[in-house]
Design a protein around this ligand. Sequence first.
Ligand code: WTA
Length: 626
Amino acid sequence: MRNSFEAYQTIYEQSKNNPEQFWSEIAQQFLWKQPWKETVTFDFSLGENQWFIGGKTNITENIFSKIEDKSKIAFYLEPNDVKPEKSVISYGALERKVNQFANALRKKGIGKGDRVCIYLPMKIEAVIAVLACAKIGAVHTIVFAGFSANALADRINDAAAKCIITAQELVRGEKKVPLKKMVDEAISGTSILFSVVLDLEKNHDTSVEEFDFQSFYQNEAEECATEWMDSEDPLFILYTSGSTGKPKGVVHHCGGYMVYTAYTFKNVFQYQSDDVFWCTADIGWITGHSYLIYGPLLNHATSILFEGIPTYPNPGRFWEIVDKYQVTHFYTAPTAIRSLMTFGDAIPQSYGLNSLKVLGTVGEPINKEAYDWYATIIGKQNCPIVDTWWQTETGGILISNMAGIEPSRATYAGLPLPGIFPILLNEKGEEITDPNQEGYLCFSYPWPSMIRTTYGSHERCIQTYFSHFKGYYFSGDAAKKDENGLFRIIGRVDDVINVSGHRFGTAEIENAMNKHERVFESAVVGYPHPLKGQGIVAFVIVNDLEDQSLIESIRSTVQTEIGAIAKPDLIILTDSLPKTRSGKIMRRILRKIAEGETTHFGDTSTLLEPTIVMQLVAAFQSKHIN
Ligand code: WTA
């Protein structure tokens, strides 16, 4: 449809002149049980936006009943351990399993609006569980299977989930994680009524009823009545980190999310029906939701579902998979690219990689070296790279070049998609129009998959996204625009850090560390890390600076409270932190120390104890170099 830059420009202008008509025409291509009455209403002062109001649909009907050839492969299932054969699931087989699982859930009393927690490895059962929820109108909340039992319990409690779908064990590379054991720890005393466990090993004394995944649904009927959902009924909740301590449940609704993920998948990646798409993200993150599950399936794409990690059993695994399935579209995070780069060019060069047509990145800014390596060594200068900027809250890609259509520039995400109207604001909320000036990345108009609310507290949604600049959604990122209007994302300007593409709030990690009995106070900031993008450094007040064993035990507290992925890279034990006379930690100074600054700290006259700055500089420098 849109296959030239001129066409993009024309469509963008049309969308700007009449966004309602633009989105309405796109939405008409979907299956609606009942048409919508109003395309969009919004009021950013109330943190509100609604789409396709009055319409009724179901995202699973749009996946399964619109496909002509049900024998088409939905997923190639690549397990953790290398196996020469190919295991596949067709759209027809997936639909039957989804219906069976949906029937089984219904029998157990799960229905429209009930929250279902999913804590599973990257296996097809995760997709079945997600779509079964959507089929019956239950609201799924997937928790990344790298989160700890405590983090899982927090999310279950916040969502008041009625049941949990999990696995006995998760295997990733050589590591085995006893998921079921963690679930048992997490769910006692929560709202969970029963659990469904993949490869359940034995029934022992648990606080809830439990079922083996296969026996739970294998005898159910393969037909299932669809729950027709209001466009503005919730589809899922996904927890993500923000500036404040507690992760928040971002809520996405059925109609708008469906339209937007399908539209962006098709247009950004320029997917054609015989292509093989591979998004390496975990289903526990938004990228897995939108571009591993919903976006591709709504376009009847064939995708790879990979259970393992890029370096197991060797660092050629990604490229081996690309060749094995003749992958045409490969979508990953800069952190994976940087880490695979360190193993040298010879590894990818020993594979064909000739099927690749489009490469994508997501989750964090990509540096020039990684971009060039990706383009040259993986793409052989033959594949456009789409650097896609978006967030859990945006539901889908907002800023990205479309593959092969618009100009792409290394380290620049590119132009906004049609229907997306970004604006850069300064501190005072005034628009920055000059090119190459940094500003706060905001949006003046909603899009169909924009966050609807934060679960349990709409006030929090207003405060977080709509209160900084009146009349705008504020992303939390800084960005700049070049002369041609291409956006470059600088990174977060709030207390959110991005470690290997995973989002954490600094307060969230501090709260976890403060649970350690010997920690008095702590402050966390990000620092530039060659592989992870940002590393986590924690300055921690303890009473015995000599006891180095504390460092490991503080790290393990973070692992228990949040998960191994949030463990600080550096912990600096100290007896004090840079505080103002009123007792406030001056984070600005800690950020500078973490960036490697040794002398220029600006005005430190309000500090209670100015000498602490140089002490922390020395401590950081000595640790960092080691
Ligand atoms: C960052 C991930 C630069 C950004 C989809 C954003 C990026 C946060 C890019 C959201 C990109 C995402 N270039 N930065 N292409 N994509 N980010 O919610 O800081 O896990 O605010 O969603 O990741 O992270 P989240």
